[in-house]
Design a protein around this ligand. Structure first.
Ligand code: SAH
Ligand code: SF4
Ligand code: F3S
Length: 477
């Protein structure tokens, strides 16, 4: 009675937290199954960032709660941001829930489950709901284990901090994740070294405001922020060939970080850089402390160092008070900056945020139309940029078999474009050269360049990364 299924909603941080819970549970003898129907324990790791995310999890929890009524020993838990955001009120509509676990308590899940199962075995009364939502000092240091069952993970997330001290008017994250707390650099490096020893080749450093890492806890050294110091240390870890991070904030995206794109070859030329709006008026109303001119100047500085950098962003359409004029400003900047990837969100009011009192005055149809306009620009731009790659050789980190197609494998370029190509299992975890034949807005397809493969096997992947770095113009344009 200890087969577990974890369903994860929300951002990469949640994925990472679910993985931590899985690693801890597996170490205690719990087994994992691929489908909730086969599980004795289902844990939903939830997100509160938009209403839709919460509704999805609530719907799922409701259906699972009905199963509980037929199978009294079935265990159902809700973890993460929605648990933190809504607290015990969730039990009003879901009284059968067994566990309600906050964002600082993931590491306590195994002990809660052990105790619950013990009580059930003893045929005692059904234990009452475990509610564990308190803040816990040092909880940022508990997200550090990786689930290595099923082989090495080629690409891994590493949570370097928790929380956010910004007060963006629309955002629930500071409430769900608490204040900014960074982990010590040495602990992060130990985790990255362990990952590398287990076959990981790429790490993505995670934080809600990742470039602010350690800003209050650790000093600047030689004009370098704690985040840049961390990047340098991760860069020095043997076996790690690619470094990414998400999400940085314009505040704190200074020259020391920009310079890293010129001098740290493992740092991939792909930056997810949330803009939120192209209108200064709306940025101010959102309490985003930068002007659009400042945002553009950071991108210009990045492009001065890496002209081929790939850019991704987040934009919210329909924030209260967003006029046609404001949206037009967003549309223009969005086109001008030429994002290769973007997440466009329709504004969703969140209780307890400062924007709550502004209501939700922009009609749904207007939000929908604005959303569609930006998506159309995005797909045109992504397709054009991908088409430029046809005929070029791209360095691909091979991740896994493709979902469809026999003997097809998939991986990503340094610019985070997905590539599908015929390959074999022994390539997984290697950096290989792939000649690109075809492009859609989202995917590239191609074939391995013979000969280049031996080079990357024998010569060390680091050299291959360096080679791709030194010839980006010919490789990508
Ligand atoms: N820490 C990250 C973002 C975390 S939330 C950052 O600051 O960049 C991910 C994205 O969700 C945000 O960038 C924003 O675009 C979007 N988002 C947050 N709250 C939202 C809301 N109330 N309605 C719509 N989108 C929202
Ligand atoms: Fe939310 Fe703003 Fe913090 Fe990002 S920086 S998590 S959008 S409050
Ligand atoms: Fe959602 Fe929490 Fe991430 S609210 S976006 S899961 S930090």
């Amino acid at each position: 009675m200890n087969r577990v299924y974890i369903k994860t909603y929300g951002c990469q941080m949640n994925e990472r937290d679910s993985e931590e819970v899985a690693a801890l549970l597996r170490a205690r003898g719990y087994a994992f199954v691929d489908h909730e129907d086969d599980a004795d324990i289902v844990l939903l790791n939830t997100c509160s960032v938009r209403d839709q995310a919460e509704q999805k999890a609530i719907g799922k929890a409701g259906r699972l709660a009905r199963r509980k009524r037929k199978e009294p020993n079935f265990i159902l838990g809700v973890m993460g941001c929605m648990a933190q955001n809504r607290g015990g009120a969730i039990l009003d509509s879901l009284p059968d829930l067994d566990l309600l676990i906050g964002t600082q308590k993931f590491h306590r899940v195994p002990e809660h489950l052990d105790a619950m199962i013990e009580t059930m075995r003893g045929q005692g009364p059904r234990p009452s709901t475990v509610i564990d939502l308190e803040e816990e000092a040092g909880s940022q240091n508990t997200i550090k284990g990786h689930d290595v069952e099923g082989g090495p993970k080629v690409s891994a997330f590493v949570s370097i901090m928790q929380g956010c001290n910004m007060k963006c008017a629309y955002c629930i994250v500071p409430k769900t994740r608490g204040a900014e707390r960074g982990r010590p650099i040495d602990a992060i490096i130990e985790e990255v070294e362990q990952l590398a020893a287990n076959g990981t080749r790429e790490v993505t450093l995670l934080g809600q405001i990742v470039n602010q890492y350690g800003i209050r806890e650790f000093p600047f050294v030689d004009g370098k922020s704690p985040f840049v110091q961390l990047l340098e240390r991760v860069h020095a870890v043997d076996g790690i060939e690619r470094i990414r991070f998400t999400s940085p904030h314009p505040v704190g995206f200074k020259q020391d970080l920009i310079d890293c794109y010129g001098r740290l070859p493992k740092l991939c030329e792909y930056v997810h850089f949330p803009m939120q709006s192209g209108s200064d008026r709306i940025l101010k109303a959102m309490r985003r402390p930068y002007s659009i001119a400042k945002f553009k100047s950071i991108i210009a500085a990045l492009r001065a160092v890496r002209p081929d950098v790939y850019l991704s962003t987040d934009v919210i359409v329909g924030f209260p008070g967003e006029t046609e004029e404001d949206f037009e400003a967003t549309r223009q900047v969005f086109c001008e900056l030429g994002f290769d990837m973007a997440f466009i969100f329709k504004y969703s009011p969140r209780l307890g945020t400062t924007a709550e009192e502004l209501g939700d005055p922009v009609p749904k149809a207007v939000k929908e139309a604005r959303n569609q306009i930006l998506l159309n620009h995005l797909s045109e731009r992504s397709l054009a940029r991908n088409q430029q790659l046809v005929g070029s050789v791209q360095e691909v980190l091979v991740e896994e078999p493709a979902r469809r197609g026999e003997n097809l494998y998939t991986g990503r370029t340094r610019g985070f474009r997905r590539v599908v190509f015929p390959g074999s299992a022994r390539l997984v975890g290697q950096l290989v050269p792939v000649l690109i034949h075809e492009a859609t807005a989202s995917t590239l397809s191609g074939e391995l360049v013979l000969g280049g493969l031996e080079e990357s096997e024998g010569g060390g992947v680091s050299d291959a990364a360096q080679a791709a770095q030194s010839a980006p113009a010919s490789a990508t344009h």
